[in-house]
Structure formats: C-alpha cells, structure tokens
Write a protein that binds this ligand. Structure first.
Ligand code: ATP
Ligand code: MG
Length: 350
C-alpha cells in the first residue's frame, strides 16, 4: 500500500528524487482519462504497418532473428490484419515467444510496440485488469495517478498484447481476458474502461503437464498457428548460426562435425516414440556452444567427448519420456548419442 503523508514542515526532500517522482506520476494515466478513451481499430494499424513496410521487408527482418518461420509469419500477419487474435502452439523452444515479440516489434504499431504478460497459474484476474487502491483513493482522490494501477489488459489499448504461455492462466484469469476480448471493455469495480488490443498468445501443446486447458470460448476467438520442429537441414543451419553467435567474442567457432552430430542427435530424439518431451533448439544451441567454450577455457580444441558430456548433462534434466529412473534415461541418451555419431560419420564421408 502507498501512503500519502504530507511532507512535514522543514523536512528535507531531495530535489532530484522529488522531480523524478513528479515525472513518474505525470506518465501514469488518470482514471478520468482512461474513462474517456476512444475505440481504436488495431487491425487497421496492423494493415497499415504491413502496407508501409511491405511483406518482403518484414520477412527479411524476421529472418535475421528466426529461420524457417516465414510461412508461419504470413499466417500470423494475415490474421492480425483482419483483427483475429492468434495462438502460436508448438513444442518447447521452437521460437514461439521470439516470433510473437519480433513480429510485434517489426510492425511497431504503437509505442511501446507491445505489452507482454508472462502468464502463470497464480495470476489473478485483477493482476490482468488492474485495481483501485482504496487507501490511496481515500487519501488522494480517485484521480490520483496511483489510485488506479492499470493492468496489462488496460495498458494494451491500441497495441498488441503478447500473452506468453497463455495455457498457464487459471480459469478465473481466462474469464477476465475473455470478457475484455468479447466486450472491448475492462471492468474495474464498476468502472468501464475501453481497451482494444490484438492478442498474440503462445502455448505448449496439451500433453505438457502442469498447465490448464484453454477454455473453448477463448480458444474459439483465436486462430491457432502451429510451429513444427524444423527439419534436419534447417535445424543444422540454426544450430550453427546461433551457437557461433554465442562464441563470437571468444574468437572461436563450432567445428562443423560437432554441429552435424548435435543435429543428428536432436533429430533422432525428436522422432523417438520413447521420448514425450524432446530437446529444445535452445538447449541444443547452448550445449553445442558450451562444449566449444569448455575447450576454449582449457586452451585446446573441442572434442566429440566435450559435446557428449554437454549434451547428456543438458538433456538428462530437460528431456522427458518413458524411463523408470534417471540412470535408465542417461543410458538411453548415451546410446542415442553413439547412434547419432555413426550416422553423422556416414553423412560426413559422403
Ligand atoms: N527457427 C529458429 N531460428 C533461429 N533460432 C531459433 C529458432 N527456433 C528457436 N530458436 C532459438 O531458440 C531460442 C528459444 O526460442 P523461444 O524462447 O522463442 O522458444 P519458445 O518456443 O517460446 O520456447 P518455450 O516453449 O520454452 O517457451 C531462441 O532464442 C532462438 O535462439
Ligand atoms: Mg516461450
């Protein structure tokens, strides 16, 4: 709770901190201003941004961050342009969050270009909508900038709202979101605040445990766009590019053979029926780069053994599947690594 005591006569207040807090308060919206909001056609802003930038330029900017997601991006843009919310689904670490953020940044329909919420299961509806602080309102009036702290559903007016991992939202928060989507108004203790936004949500598929089902009514309002795990060729390109980025300032590069083994290993696991949650691209990038930085620290060339250690350590804790113990999982992954090594050697000889 914030207290609003008047500064006692003669008490010293630092001029700069006073100025800073005044500036901060100036930037916070007042409830009376929020109640006067006009509707915003966010889809028009998106369409205009697409027209001005041009699809080709948007895709080439995206390509600097993510590879192989051009078609998915076109799907995403075409939905946003007609005011349809989007839900990006896909396994762990395939670029869902990065895609949502990068597209919103490239479009830049507002300042800031988007509002993002990292959804979690304990998120309350008022965390999404914002709430009136009764104590502040009583002391300083309802229109004091700190009397109403707007939540992301209110802040997102005229913007893109990224709801990262929306499937973690509990049913109460989902209901608050649904109401805002349906009615274009957010209700706060009887006050009705206009809020027009376009959602880009991300989610893992249902088989990932520890998450809620998305309500049918909410899912029905979103176009579901799936990101699939990339094929081997694209995956190799991503691993090479991103791990070399991580190593650039060390002045070392990933040997191509290690990238080949990692790509083969990851691809084998992704196709494996015994594995429920396979390795992510993110963890593969880091394991590969780390095997090289480990050798760099010791002033030697990276070896297949360095890679094996890194990949196994990393994957034992992230990969999930049909195993009765961690030891069994470790042995299984080791077997898969040896298999990947044989396949990679064969590919290399060709
Ligand atoms: N297609 C791709 N091109 C380039 N890099 C990629 C691609 N897919 C994933 N990555 C890399 O993997 C990282 C993880 O991406 P991101 O966090 O966006 O994935 P996510 O699907 O949101 O993961 P999570 O399911 O864990 O939330 C990115 O920072 C990027 O380096
Ligand atoms: Mg994510």
């Amino acid at each position: 709770m914030v207290m609003f005591k008047k500064t006692p006569e003669g008490a010293k207040t630092s001029q700069s901190s006073q100025g800073y807090s005044d500036k901060l308060l100036e930037h916070l919206p007042k409830l009376s201003d929020l109640l006067k909001r006009e509707p915003v056609a966010v889809e028009r802003l998106v369409a205009e941004a697409i027209k001005v930038k041009g699809v080709r330029r948007i895709l080439s900017e995206l390509d600097k961050v993510l590879k192989g997601l051009g078609d998915v991006a076109l799907d995403l843009l075409s939905s946003l342009a007609i005011g349809r919310h989007v839900l990006i689904m896909g396994p762990v670490g395939v670029g869902k969050t990065t895609l949502a953020e990068t597209i919103a940044e490239i479009l830049s329909i507002s300042d800031p270009p988007y509002i993002e919420v990292a959804c979690h299961s304990h998120m309350t509806a008022t965390e999404l909508t914002g709430d009136i602080d009764i104590a502040v309102a009583l002391q300083a009036g309802l229109d004091h900038p700190l009397a109403f702290i707007p939540g992301p559903l209110v802040m997102a007016h005229g913007k893109i709202l990224i709801l990262d991992e929306i499937n973690r939202l509990n049913p109460y928060s989902q209901a608050a979101l649904l109401q805002a989507l349906q009615e274009h108004y957010v209700y706060i203790r009887g006050f009705r605040i206009r809020s027009d936004f376009l959602v880009i949500a991300t989610s893992n598929p249902a088989e990932y445990s520890g998450v809620y089902e998305l309500s049918e009514a909410l899912a029905d309002r979103m176009k579901v766009i799936e990101i699939m795990f990339p094929d081997k060729e694209v995956l190799k390109g991503i691993l090479e590019w991103k791990s070399n980025n991580l190593l650039e300032h060390l002045g070392v590069k990933v040997p191509d053979f290690l990238t080949e083994i990692t790509t083969t290993f990851v691809s084998l696991l992704v196709q494996d029926a015994n594995i429920e949650v396979g390795p992510s691209i993110r963890s593969a990038i880091y394991a590969l780069a780390n095997s090289v930085s480990r050798a760099w620290i010791e002033g030697r060339e990276p070896s297949i053994n360095d890679l094996k250690m890194e990949l196994l350590e990393n994957m034992v804790s992230t990969v999930r599947g049909n195993f009765s113990s961690e030891q069994e999982k470790r042995e299984y992954l080791l077997k898969k690594f040896e298999e990947a090594l044989i396949v990679a050697k064969r590919t290399y000889k060709r």
